[in-house]
Design a protein around this ligand. Structure first.
Ligand code: FEO
Ligand code: CA
Ligand code: CA
Ligand code: CA
Length: 575
């Protein structure tokens, strides 16, 4: 237990200094730590089932091969110890395995230039390859004497945008989720952050789903003239982010009359059971449809849960979902605590108080706009607009601190002109972190809040970082922050650690990534002596910037990868 404080400081490692970062083709880690690069894009999800780019590391897979490999765009993830069922049975005093488990990992996105080696798809096969590198991987992983490896498991699998899924909760049978084509619900996409549930499942969050849709028949002007208020609010346009799926796969064509509601099937939180590969992923509609960044669940003393969620867009909102019943009761009878509950959106008052505004059809203001709770949940952003939620500076991850407080990363907002107390900078180039404390043990309708840290205040210090994104708090009060957005002072995106027990937050840099990457996704083993963090889109796929995880050679295509982190003296991560 005392290993937690191997030094006098809770966060006692020697930080990476600005001057330590010399060659950004490889990561720089604190001299007290070591890393193993792990499961790069293209790793077989089970040993021996497909070639890991045998021979030529620059050979691209077929779409069929990609479906059996770890995808690209590594983002949110979670380690579930292989004996999670015993931990459930015996509670926290049971010491779960820290050397073997199921790893669920999101594959948020991969640009065509990186995945296909060209700007757009030229065939359905190209589209399928792009689709199959997106999604989620479920892997069995185990520590050996020489490091971590992927092992065989009947539950190892890839979930892509073409995998059968089901809808659950109040909107599940809404006509707005049915197409004239009658196609079954398939898949998940742009899986950004994530969070575990107390009952041992994985929640993956669909963020920029709008970017995969487009119109094969309309010009920009024609599409903008025809698009609905809801399509505009969710950011659909005629060519999306340039993936071009809609030219070969009608599901993603916004103007194909047979698939008019396919667009509503994305933007959800999706539950995956890492221990049962036969179960379909389930889209939990009670948690609302928006650009879900990530989710963090807190348990109240009465056994109910609160899920804290950000909607990552400039001027979008912070949300909370609360289950109506204690989760153990609901799970025991075979239902889901994520299907029956209330959804709220946050209003931050300038005096440090806040209110959770319920998104309910029982509110006359919302009943005037929506026909039922299902439609309200499908267009949750529009409902939140009506209630006067506070527009934020891009809400990214949430994490529950040591004392039940919630940290919200606000990554930046280049377009903010009008400040409010919770978003005080105009423009907000560097981002900030807000700390909220809920009334009523996470079950209340009010909260208090404070600015925990303005990233701009770290400028000119050794701990400088900007664009906070990933957030994970351990049980001792260490807050891990990953950045996304290019860093000052010649740094690259980084992982930094803050002792939240201290009055003044001080960031200590544990890791600096490689050129043009993003440091995101974090999970640790139950003993906290091993952690996993992702380097996403190294070099933006350009081999002249980095070849990571390969050593610098100028030609090998860089691959999104996980880093396994260990403190050299075996103490807990962050110490
Ligand atoms: Fe997928 Fe908002 O980062
Ligand atoms: Ca993010
Ligand atoms: Ca960000
Ligand atoms: Ca990002």
């Amino acid at each position: 237990r005392n290993n937690d404080r191997i030094n006098r400081e809770l966060v006692g490692f020697k930080p990476v200094a600005i001057s330590d970062v010399a060659d950004v083709r490889m990561p720089t880690i604190s001299e007290d730590y070591e890393y193993q690069s792990f499961i790069p894009w293209g790793t077989p999800i089970e040993p021996g089932i497909t070639n890991e780019y045998a021979g030529d590391p620059n050979t691209r897979p077929t779409s069929a091969e990609a479906e059996l490999q770890v995808g690209i765009g590594h983002d949110g993830m979670w380690f579930f110890p292989i004996d999670f069922d015993l931990q459930m049975q015996y509670g926290r005093r049971y010491r779960a395995r820290s050397d073997e488990g199921m790893l669920c990992i999101n594959h948020e996105f991969g640009r065509n230039s990186h995945v296909l080696g060209k700007s757009g798809p030229e065939s359905l096969e190209d589209v399928r390859l792009s689709q199959h590198v997106h999604g989620v991987s479920v892997l069995r992983i185990k520590e050996h004497f020489d490091g971590w490896r992927v092992e065989s498991s009947p539950n190892a699998r890839r979930i892509t945008v073409n995998t059968p899924v089901e809808f659950s909760g109040p909107a599940a049978s809404s006509s707005l989720l049915q197409n004239p084509a009658g196609n079954m619900p398939l898949g998940t996409v742009n899986n950004c952050g994530s969070g575990p549930t107390p009952w041992g499942t994985y929640l993956t969050c669909e963020e920029n789903f709008n970017g995969y849709f487009g119109s094969s028949t309309m010009s920009s002007d024609e599409f903008n003239a025809a698009r609905t208020e809801e399509q505009a609010r969710y950011g659909f346009d005629f060519d999306g982010f340039g993936y071009g799926w809609h030219f070969f796969d009608q599901r993603f064509d916004l103007t194909d009359p047979n698939y008019v509601n396919e667009q509503n099937r994305f933007g959800w939180i999706v539950e995956i059971d890492p221990f049962d590969g036969t179960k379909k992923p389930v889209k939990r509609t009670a948690m609302g449809r928006f650009k879900h960044e990530a989710v963090a669940i807190a348990e109240s003393a009465d056994g109910r849960i609160a899920a804290y969620m950000g909607d990552d867009q400039r001027f979008d909102y912070c949300y909370k979902y609360v289950s109506n019943e204690p989760w153990r009761d609901v799970i025991e009878r075979g239902d889901s605590p994520l299907d029956d509950g209330k959804l709220f959106v946050a209003r931050y008052n300038d005096d440090g108080t806040g209110e959770w505004l319920e998104l309910s059809i029982n509110n006359p203001l919302l009943a005037e706009r929506f026909s039922d709770q299902a439609e309200l949940l499908i267009y949750a952003r529009v409902a939140a607009d009506i209630l006067g939620a506070t527009p934020m500076d891009r809400p990214e991850w949430t994490t529950i601190g040591k004392n039940g407080e919630v940290y919200w990363t606000l990554t930046n907002n280049s377009q903010r002109q009008l400040a409010n107390a919770a978003n005080p900078q105009t423009p907000n180039s560097d981002g900030h972190i807000i700390r909220t404390t809920d009334a009523g043990d996470h079950m209340g309708n009010t909260f208090t809040w404070e600015i925990f840290l303005l990233a701009a205040d770290t400028r000119g210090t050794e701990g400088v970082f900007t664009d906070p994104d990933l957030a994970w708090s351990d049980a001792s009060g260490r807050l891990f922050i990953g950045t996304d957005g290019g860093q000052p002072d010649g740094l690259q995106d980084q992982l930094t650690v803050i002792d939240t027990n201290k009055e003044r937050p001080e960031a200590k840099r544990l890791l600096v990534g490689v050129a043009n990457d993003e440091v995101t996704g974090f999970t640790a083993t139950p003993d906290r002596r091993t952690a996993f963090v992702n380097l996403q889109h190294p070099g933006d796929g350009d081999p002249s910037r980095t070849n990571f995880p390969a050593a610098p050679d100028g030609v090998t295509i860089p691959r999104d990868s996980t880093l396994v982190l260990r403190r050299k003296n075996g103490a807990v991560i962050g110490s």
